[in-house]
Ligand binder design. Structure first.
Ligand code: GCO
Length: 452
């Protein structure tokens, strides 16, 4: 099965795993790190499951050598991680905290010694709390502080780390953080949500510009994208499909790749003014990228619901297979998504920067038999193969996640790792899915060695 699968992946295909700083590092008060909005949010009553927070998490800040050792043991060639901005600038700007830089220096060096290539996300949601006090993403200045922070990281790491992602899922930051109140900073600002998104995108563009000027390597952005299907072929459901696609996907794809906001966005969200989108902003936002990062977990099937901003609600049938997140499992939709992006947005190289599944894993006699996760992964690797066979330029796949970790508002209740973490002892156990990934990568390597 695996052998026939890997033939479609060329020798340069990048296999990897992904994590994010606040979800794994812990050590929130160490070496001069400042507080982030996720510290504040997770320490506020009622915000996270079980009042869980990232104070200790997987303690990766101290355990990173062991974690890299585990990756090496599995033969994983690529690692996507994010940098904690408040470790570098405890208040978001001003004087660099060199102990923060030192940690990522050690991390990158240790990865390279193990022959693992870093892919660094600059912003995976942990805004320094001091900047939130000045309006956070509602304040245009934040975009410029991102660029300065990014530039600092580039100066220190780009001699060794050559692959960068500006943002992870700016849709989630905008909507979950500033409309639905379920993520930090926990606001409900319908009047500001488009401004928030715009500032996120502006910071992306400014960072790309700075990295190009300094020659820091390859850079792209990661979006959470969902192929959208209609629950029926009735006119109203089709309208819901169209608007949901604009809201969920095109709100971010269009400005980044085409330099425009979709016109239909005005039907969904209050308009944004010319003083907020300044002349030249969209040109900055839409500079050519080296790749588009795609996070894919599940499709959205929608029906017409006039109560929603985008006139769409998700339809999940009771008998449909879902993961522990309640997300429908549909690997074919990943192929559809990749084909659709390619058709609509042109030949930009695609990197799958996240894909994976949560299940209620059980650790028994030192093993985790996560059969359902293995099925999920296999079917999604096949879906990537199918896209490659259709000529879609997919260049890599980063599995979410290396470790079980802090799943944001859901705390430690959801396990996404291919490595099980016992949070009491910090003991790691490779799950069966980890062994499957090892086999895939090993077969891939052997196949390509033979073909040279
Ligand atoms: C996201 C983030 C990850 C999540 C993962 C599972 O997509 O929300 O990038 O941090 O943990 O996607 O929900």
């Amino acid at each position: 099965m695996i052998r026939s699968l890997i033939k479609q992946f060329n020798a340069n295909f990048r296999w990897g795993v992904a994590t994010a700083a606040y979800q794994i590092e812990g050590a929130v008060n160490e070496d001069g790190r400042g507080p982030s909005i996720w510290d504040t949010f997770s320490h506020s009553p009622g915000r996270t499951f079980n009042r869980d927070n990232g104070d200790v998490s997987c303690d990766h800040y101290h355990q990173f050598r062991q974690d890299i050792q585990l990756m090496a043991q599995l033969g994983i060639p690529g690692y996507r991680f994010s940098v904690s901005w408040p470790r570098i600038f405890p208040t978001g700007k001003g004087k660099v905290n060199s102990r923060g830089i030192d940690f990522y220096d050690r991390l990158v060096d240790t990865l390279l010694q193990a022959n693992i290539h870093p892919l660094i996300t600059l912003y995976h949601w942990d805004l320094p709390e001091s900047l939130q006090e000045k309006g956070g993403w509602m304040n245009r200045d934040t975009a410029y502080y991102v660029r300065d922070y990014a530039q600092t990281l580039g100066e220190h790491l780009a001699d060794r780390a050559r692959n960068w992602i500006t943002h992870n899922e700016p849709w989630v930051v905008s909507v979950a953080g500033h409309l639905q109140r379920c993520h930090a900073p926990g606001l409900k600002r319908l009047d500001k949500v488009r401004v928030v998104a715009h500032h996120l995108l502006l910071s992306h563009g400014l960072t790309v510009e700075a990295f190009r000027a300094s020659g820091y390597g390859q850079i792209g952005i990661t979006l959470n994208l969902h192929p959208v299907y209609s629950a029926s072929d009735q006119e109203q459901d089709l309208e819901a499909q169209r608007l949901h696609d604009v809201f969920q996907n095109r709100w971010f794809l269009d400005p980044v790749i085409r330099g425009t906001y979709p016109v239909a966005l005005d039907q969904i969200l209050p308009p944004i003014s010319d003083t907020e989108v300044k002349d030249g902003d969209l040109a900055i936002i839409s500079q050519p990228l080296d790749f588009l990062g795609v996070n894919y977990y599940a499709p959205h099937k929608v029906f017409y619901d006039p109560a929603q901003l985008d006139k769409a609600s998700l339809l999940i049938r009771e008998d449909e297979p879902v993961t522990a997140m309640g997300w429908p499992i549909n690997a074919h939709a990943l192929t559809d998504l990749l084909v659709g992006i390619h058709q609509d947005y042109g030949p930009i190289p695609l990197l799958i920067t996240e894909n994976g599944a949560a299940y209620d894993d059980v650790l028994e006699a030192g093993q985790v038999h996560d059969t359902l996760r293995q099925q999920y992964l296999l079917s999604h690797w096949q879906a990537v193969r199918d896209a490659l066979a259709l000529g879609i330029p997919v260049e890599g796949y980063y599995l979410w996640s290396l470790l079980d970790n802090f799943e944001w508002a859901l705390g430690y209740s959801k396990r996404f790792g291919i490595i099980y973490v016992d949070y009491l002892t910090q003991r790691r156990t490779i799950k069966d899915s980890g062994l499957l990934y090892r086999n895939l990568i090993q077969e891939f390597r052997e196949y390509h060695q033979k073909s040279f």
